[in-house]
Design a protein around this ligand. Structure first.
Ligand code: PPS
Length: 291
């Protein structure tokens, strides 16, 4: 079954939410990159909001020490969903954008190694389960109440951001074209401090031990959940129904085991297991797995 046109449109083989337009997405090809720009790119539900907060905490002292009360989505806007009141050309540097774009639709200059990309992946079973719950409370995402049907849509790439496999494989196989840092959700979960350090090194930022501690502390699931700058609770009720879910839902590795049946797991593996082996990523499917 094709996804509803009420929610999605396809542009160059990739599904976008109707809250943007093909014209705007096409215009991003010429989006002017500044050398200090950072693009946080993910397939949905892979740790975007988490990494967005880490970046705000690293880059903005006022965010870190609590003297500034600016939502992360203001500081780090979504590239492909531009709100008309934002003048990106005059945004404070470094500009940071979040995006779910596939490698081939990002601004041309980014593909010529201007600016930096941070690409975060997560094991796709947890991605799918997180996505399923997300569809229940986001009015901009089509709700598919039956998990089995949702899984078939996910496996067929008939969801916002299309196929998980194509997205991840595309970015990894074109890594050479970009100035890029790859991270996984699971490594952040296992050792957040090391992941924060990797990001600092990649950005050429030196934080003191205290500053680093502060970033790590404020980026834990429990603390982010309470932080209105980071937890997306300021989204209007007609976009996110807060009584039905939240962006920060469980924040764990292996939640897929709580919902997928043995048969569903086998079906998933049949479709993706071999393809996943071609990726240069060792996924953790359970928090007790070795990295
Ligand atoms: S989105 O809609 O694409 O921007 O979603 P995204 O932010 O990529 O992914 C949401 C999942 O990330 C979890 N999350 C966290 N996990 C651990 N620690 C922290 N600090 C954190 N912040 C967000 C969030 O809970 C979603 O995963 P699930 O499994 O649904 O809980």
């Amino acid at each position: 079954m094709e996804p509803s046109k009420e929610y999605l449109f396809k542009y160059k083989g990739f599904y976008f939410s109707v809250i943007t337009s093909p014209e705007y997405v096409a215009s991003l090809e010429d989006f002017e990159i500044k050398d200090s720009d950072v693009f946080l790119v993910t397939y949905p539900k892979s740790g975007t909001v988490w990494t967005q907060n880490i970046l705000s905490l690293i880059v903005h002292e006022g965010h870190r020490n609590g003297t500034e009360n600016v939502d992360n989505m203001e500081r780090i806007p979504w590239l492909e969903y531009k709100s008309t009141d934002k003048d990106y050309a005059n945004f404070p540097l470094p500009r940071i954008f979040a995006s779910h774009l596939p490698y081939y639709l990002v601004p041309r200059d980014l593909r010529n190694k201007r600016g930096r990309v941070i690409y975060v992946t997560r094991n796709p079973k947890d991605v799918m389960v997180s996505y399923y719950h997300f569809s229940k409370f986001m009015s901009t995402v089509e709700e598919v109440p039956d998990f089995n049907i949702f899984m078939e849509r996910f496996l067929a790439g008939k969801v916002l951001a299309s196929s998980w496999m194509d997205h991840v494989a595309g970015w990894y196989s074109h890594a050479e074209d970009f100035n890029i840092l790859f991270l996984t959700y699971e490594e952040m979960k296992k050792d957040l401090r090391s992941a924060v350090l990797k990001i600092c090194n990649f950005l050429g930022r030196k934080l003191s031990e205290e500053e680093l501690d502060s970033v790590v502390q404020q980026a834990t699931f429990e603390n982010m959940r309470k932080d209105p700058r980071a937890n997306y609770e300021n989204l209007p009720d007609d976009i996110a129904a807060k009584d039905k879910g939240s962006f920060l839902r469980k924040g764990t590795v292996g939640d897929w085991k709580n919902i997928m049946t043995v048969a569903q797991n086998e079906r998933f593996d049949k479709e993706l297991e071999e393809k996943i082996k071609t990726l240069p990523i060792k996924f953790m499917w359970d928090i007790n797995d070795e990295m």
